[in-house]
Design a binder for this molecule. Sequence first.
Ligand code: SAJ
Length: 415
Amino acid sequence: SKLCVIGLGYIGLPTAVVFAQNGWEVTGVDINSLAIDELNKGRVHIKENGLEEAVKEVVVEKKFCARMSPVEADVFVIAVPTPHNHDLTANLRYVENAIKSILPVLKLGDTIILESTIPPRTTRDVVAPIIDEAGFKSGDDIYLAHCPERVLPGKILKELYENNRTVGGINSNSTEKAAKVYRSFVQGKILETTAESAEMSKLMENTYRDVNIALANELTKISEGLNIDVLEVISLANEHPRVNVHQPGPGVGGHCLAVDPYFIIEKDPENAKLISNARTINNSMPEFVIDQMKKVVKTSSKIAIFGLAYKGNIDDVRESPAMKIAEQLMTENYNVEAYDPYVKQEQITFKLSSYKNALQNADILLILTEHDEFKCLDWQEIDQLMTTPNVLDTKNCVKNVAEQINYYNFGNLYN
Ligand code: SAJ
């Protein structure tokens, strides 16, 4: 059967590839013409483990091709981004445009699956009416379901196959149809539900994590004031069989955890108090890191930053707290040099530094991302390059620190 994926980003492209690997004739659609040309040559604009090889294979075998506009298909999968507006409400422009773009090729009996993250009720209250206005009866003529993606960047291909999948239709026929589509490759469970429950559960998964990280970050601030080692406290508490305190850090980044909670908040700000506070706490962490750093360095100091991506071993800087810290320090006129082995110059507006240049004559090294490269550092060399070997490890990720280094993490900020 034919399947058309709209949006060839972090989620859409791997999803298209996986369908193509499993018997579907797949067309991928994107507005980025450059990316389209590259993809049809088997080259990939996204860094993700195993993705380029997989794309090459399905292109060569003619199971996948990319183009600028949708073609007739039995199933349409929408995987466009949902950015947020200035007031942090969801901007549904891309989702709406994607749906409108398939209307000219849509025919009776087709299935539309929304994978984009959306506020609760969007499938029924926003998307279904667009289909109905075009003269179809959604649920009867066109099957419509929300099937949120839940894959972890860095492990996307593996998780697409292995994770359980929630499938929520606007009626039971829609749920059935969409579930059948995913059964073609998903090895995990297919959880059948309503569109609303699917939307809300996806948002709640990320909100759960965000709120728990906020709790760890709040505990960090409290413990710092009381001279208590927060990292030890967390590991002790986590020895309890029903406790899982998350890890504190410089804040929460990425396009999911730092964004999704707002999609719940916008629907009921009155009641979403804990969720909203968690966002505020996590957003305050870059400032907390800078305040801690200022205990150790002077205004004339040079600061080396290791890590700009929002988490380890990926190149994504979206909503990254490390970027906020780097930019804030630059605004404050510190001499800042940032190094990240994954991030490329064109992704950011300031100049990326090399490993050595960043460390040269620095007074403090801020470790803001837990890239594997940072876990085992050459302390001898670092000590020689830096003016004063202060290290603030906000991710508690480095190992075997040499004695001559003044090492700080969130557990020993008070030393
Ligand atoms: N972080 C902490 N402390 C922790 C765990 C994470 O500070 O204990 C920070 C990370 O450093 C990072 C941020 O949280 O800045 C988010 O990282 P993450 O690894 O928790 O998640 P994402 O945003 O890369 O991917 C999440 C995943 N959701 C969950 O684990 C519930 C993924 O499964 C989703 O598919 C993805 O969001 C998404 O697309 O929604």
